[in-house]
Design a protein around this ligand. Sequence first.
Ligand code: SF4
Ligand code: SF4
Length: 115
Amino acid sequence: MAIKITDECINCGACEPECPNNAIYEGGVEWAMADGTTVKGAFSLMDGTSVDAGQRIAPIAADTYYITANKCTECQGFHEEPQCASVCPVDCCVHDDQYNETVEELLAKKDLLHA
Ligand code: SF4
Ligand code: SF4
C-alpha cells in the first residue's frame, strides 16, 4: 500500500527530502519517474499508461505536497517505517487504500526504481 498526503498538509516541506524514491513533490510541480531513480526509457505506470522516464507528468495536487504512488514503496528496502509519516508534524501522510501492495511487491518496486 502506498502512502498519500491528505489536504491537511501545511506545506512545511519536511517530508520531501526524506523520501528515498523522490516520490514526494510540492503542489503544482510536475513529477517524473527518473527523478531520484535509475529508471530510463519507456516505463509502464501503475495505471497502465506508458511514459518516458524523463517525461514530466501533471501534478496530482496543486495546493499541497503530494506523493506519486508509482514511486512510493512505503520505504521498504530503505527504512523500518514510512519516513514521510515519521517527520510530518500534522500526521497527514496516511495509507492510500487505492493501492494494496504486499511487502514483496513493494520490494520489487524498489528494485525497479533503483536497478
Ligand atoms: S512512504 Fe517512503 S517511499 Fe513512500 S512517499 Fe513516504 S518517504 Fe517516500
Ligand atoms: S511533512 Fe506533512 S505537512 Fe509537511 S509538507 Fe509533508 S505532508 Fe505536508
